[in-house]
Design a protein around this ligand. Structure first.
Ligand code: HEM
Ligand SMILES: [Cu+2]
Length: 670
């Protein structure tokens, strides 16, 4: 049975939370699955917000000379739409997948640092709330010395400098209100959350794998998670530095990015894109990992060229750090720079092409089952190819001069991020739904969702290609009737509402099936990875007995052998094996230690916005006190956490022996 915490009392500041259930059970949990679920729901809430912002943008652009949104409202909407989708949806929902699945797929009981994992989540939550509180408290101001009276509604009081926050617009000279402080400090907080979890995932992958799971026996999803964690580890410090500099420029009077005082706004662009391009792979590699699990399962074949897919993923991650200036071809960088970055950008298409080739090889000749996860994965491959090809057109420098800052670019990156990342992530949501909830989703609604998405998506983002090539500029709230861009813009807006309908269908399916769907078996898809050997929903302790792995796709090989032509033949003993998994999985032979809940991760999160508000309002009487209180909360929580043992001594089962089969599960502290 799972550990229930005993009280320690003596050494800790608070009485230790001792319940794994109810409201406080969620707030204080250190269970990677619960944290993953909370990540998922929180991220999805932000997806709805980012989507509503997109719909407002599209209503405004549906006809020429529209007056639905003011310019300042439009600026806040597109900035927060982009910022939300990237930092508050795709990144955290990927973290949700990592959290829930990574330990299950490598045969571990939790991540390496369970409470640190909770810290990441709570910092993310409070960072997101802080960023969005700009709509409540933020102020926009006219440029310094400008006489334009700024009449901003609350809707226009979000950050408004674009998701890339280009200097000098984001500096104090052109943005005298507080909204860009919310942006720069908010992203700093969110970055911290991702940085902490990246370290956690790297340590987990390298130390917590089940016996026999060599690196090249890890599922591709785990591999892509690892690559993403390294990308985060190396790219987030770059934007952290840049955000510190802009925060200092705005609040302390430094002049890093102010050209009139010898600063350099182009420096901001280098910093931002040196982070920003790897970030694109951070967004899309998790989806590539998901697709690499789904395609083989529903093609009933092994992944074609596993080592090539893994290697290509790592190569994409590595090369992703050498292409950033392709975002700056129009900023006046030298011809040599343009040539070099044009070439490196073309080169990155090679490992990407390898992956696509391998996915097609996987489907080729397979016994394909077209249910919902498979449809979304196939959609991913198709849409991602379109986005990738238009991406290659940007690598040709003179062509990019025409395309940059037009809707052609907007079309391109939505094909990659929506057609790619989002389709892949939805594929994963359906695929692992049974493991998560213990029930099956409605296949009819799932397929309907896919087709509505597919049609809506292409109606929305397809026409943006020719709108852009016909001169429709990005980040502009109106266009004139004479441009003739009106009709296609109406089509785009209708498409956006069709996408919204798809999201609605998904939500209905999810909430209904979670309670009323048919009970899910252990292994509904006849899959290949370790999580499918576990009961659905996954029990708190994950593995009743630590698994031992002898090959890639170990579970599959236990169920299937091959005939002379290489076709899979079900082993006669497979049925008995599954029954045994069921029997053991639900009845662990020995009691299992689990990390105990803790208040401190939550409190670390609470401290973050206090510091943020303190920094912004340091000129008021309460600013500095709040900042100090926030800092004390954070540091105090870390100290409290430091003296609190990960696992309380357990009454009925206690062993000081480390678990040799599974180093790290016992005694490892965070
Ligand atoms: C619901 C479907 C979506 C619609 C209708 C939509 C619409 C738009 C539009 C019209 C713009 C351009 C605004 C402008 O330049 O004036 C935009 C920008 C952007 N979108 Fe989306 N979008 C959607 C989903 C997504 C998703 C899923 C992501 C990311 C995963 C995303 C990321 C971005 C980014 C990064 C920008 C750039 C913002 C900026 O220039 O600062 N969008 N979107
Ligand atoms: Cu790029």
């Amino acid at each position: 049975m799972a550990t229930t915490a005993s009280r320690s009392g003596a050494r800790t500041i608070f009485r230790r939370p001792d319940s794994n259930t109810g409201f406080w059970g969620w707030i204080t949990t250190a269970d990677h699955k619960k944290i993953g679920i909370m990540y998922g729901y929180t991220a999805f809430t932000f997806f709805i917000l980012g989507g509503l912002e997109a719909l407002l943008l599209r209503i405004q652009l549906s006809q020429p000379d529209n007056v639905f949104l003011s310019a300042s409202e439009y600026n806040a909407m597109f900035t927060m739409h982009g910022t939300t989708m990237i930092f508050l949806f795709v990144m955290p929902v990927s973290a949700a997948f990592f959290n829930y699945l990574l330990p299950l797929m490598i045969g571990a009981r939790d991540v390496a640092f369970p409470r640190m994992n909770a810290v990441s989540y709570w910092i993310f939550v409070f960072g997101g709330i802080f960023l969005y509180s700009s709509f409540v408290f933020g102020t926009t101001g006219p440029p310094e010395g400008g006489n334009l009276a700024e009449v901003a509604s609350r809707l226009g009081s979000g950050p408004n400098g674009g998701w890339f926050g280009y200097a000098p617009n984001s500096g104090l000279r052109f943005s005298t209100g507080t909204v860009m402080d919310y942006w720069s400090i908010g992203l700093q907080i969110l970055g911290l959350a991702s940085l902490i979890s990246s370290i956690n995932f790297i340590v987990t992958v390298f130390n917590m794998r089940a016996k026999g799971m060599k690196l090249l026996r890890m599922p591709v999803f785990v591999w892509m998670t690892t690559v993403v964690a390294f990308l985060l580890l190396f790219s987030l410090p770059i934007i952290a530095v840049a955000l510190f500099m802009i925060t200092f420029d705005r609040n302390v009077g430094t002049l890093f990015f102010d050209p009139s005082m010898g600063g350099d706004p182009i420096l901001w662009q280098h910093f931002f894109w040196l982070f920003g391009h790897p970030e694109v792979y951070i967004l899309v590699l998790p989806a590539m990992g998901i697709v690499s699990e789904v395609l083989p399962t529903f093609s009933r074949k092994p992944l074609f060229g596993y080592p090539a897919v893994v290697f290509a993923g790592a190569a994409i991650g590595f090369m992703g750090f050498g292409v950033w200036a392709h975002h700056m071809f129009a900023s006046g960088v030298t011809p040599i720079t343009q040539a070099a970055f044009g070439l490196s950008t073309m080169a990155i298409a090679i490992p990407t092409g390898i992956k696509i080739f391998n996915w097609i090889g996987t489907i080729w000749g397979g016994k394909i089952k077209l249910n919902t996860p498979m449809l979304f994965s196939l959609g991913f491959v198709g849409m991602f190819v379109i986005g990738g090809l238009s991406g290659v057109t940007h690598s040709i420098v003179p062509a990019d001069w025409q395309q940059t800052d037009t809707y052609y670019i907007v079309a391109h990156f939505h094909y990659v991020l929506f057609g790619g990342a989002i389709f892949g992530l939805f594929s994963g949501l359906y695929y692992w739904f049974p493991k998560l909830t213990g029930r099956m989703y409605s296949e009819t609604l799932g397929k309907l969702h896919f087709w509505v998405f597919f049609v809506g998506f292409n109606l929305t983002f397809g026409p943006m290609h020719w709108l852009g090539l016909n001169g429709m500029v990005r980040r502009t709230w109106v266009y004139a009737e004479e441009t003739g861009l009106g009709p296609w813009n109406m089509v785009v807006t209708i498409g956006a509402f069709i996408i919204a309908l798809g999201v609605l269908i998904f939500m209905i399916n999810w909430t209904w099936s979670k309670r009323n769907g048919p009970i899910a078996p252990f292994d509904p898809w006849d899959a290949r990875t370790l999580e499918w050997t576990l009961p659905s929903p996954t029990p708190e302790y994950n593995f009743a007995v630590n698994p031992v792995i002898t090959s890639l796709d170990d579970f599959w090989h236990k169920k299937y052998s091959e005939d002379a032509d290489g076709r899979p033949v079900r082993r006669p003993e497979a049925t008995a094996l599954l029954a045994e998994y069921e029997e053991v999985g639900l009845n662990p032979p020995e009691p299992i230690h689990l990390p105990n809940p803790s208040y401190y991760p939550f409190l670390v999160g609470v401290g973050m916005p206090m510091v943020g508000y303190g920094l912004i309002y340091d000129n008021t009487a309460w600013g500095i006190p709040l900042l100090i209180l926030g800092a004390v909360t954070i540091v105090g929580s870390f100290i409290g956490w430091g003296v609190e043992p990960l696992e309380e001594p357990h009454a009925d089962h206690h062993s000081d022996e480390p678990d040799h089969e599974h180093p790290g599960t016992d005694g490892e502290d965070s």
